[in-house]
Design a protein around this ligand. Structure first.
Ligand SMILES: [Zn+2]
Ligand SMILES: [Zn+2]
Length: 143
């Protein structure tokens, strides 16, 4: 089981998407100016907020795009399933390779970059446009 960033699915109005969804109406927004970032556990289809720590099911998620459009997970079912698929891949990679990666990083920055490059190629083959986002999340997770 692993939590990874919940990418914002493509907005049905403006077609934009982001690497991370934010919790609209998050109680912590008053203190820090924006809602917490959302994370997903793809195995259990659960979402949680890194700000207020609340959790809920993926399909109960409501999205508020910066263009003003509000939509629910089931309205963009295909996009949400893609987000879950990518999150699942990312979670698997993080879980299975965390130790390998720690060793690779200890071995030096060069071999780490070589690994990232191989991973990017592998992911790009199967995921296309989402690949850059997955790798971006992966790198952030490893920082
Ligand atoms: Zn939009
Ligand atoms: Zn929150």
């Amino acid at each position: 089981m692993a939590w990874v960033e919940f990418a914002f699915p493509r907005c049905p109005a403006c077609s934009r998407s982001w690497a991370v969804s934010r919790h609209h109406g998050c109680p912590t927004a008053e203190a820090v100016g924006h809602g917490g970032g959302l994370e997903i556990d793809p195995d259990r289809s659960r979402v949680r907020c890194t700000g207020c720590r609340r959790g809920w099911g993926v399909w109960e998620t409501r999205f508020h795009c910066s263009c003003g459009r509000r939509f629910e997970a089931h309205e963009v079912e295909e996009a949400v399933r893609e987000v879950i698929r990518v999150a699942s891949l990312l979670a698997r990679v993080l879980t299975q390779q965390a130790r390998d990666l720690a060793e690779i990083r200890r071995a030096g920055e060069v071999s780490f970059r070589a690994w990232v490059s191989r991973f990017t190629d592998a992911v790009a083959g199967s995921l296309g446009a989402m690949a850059g986002r997955v790798v971006g999340s992966l790198l952030r997770a490893l920082d």
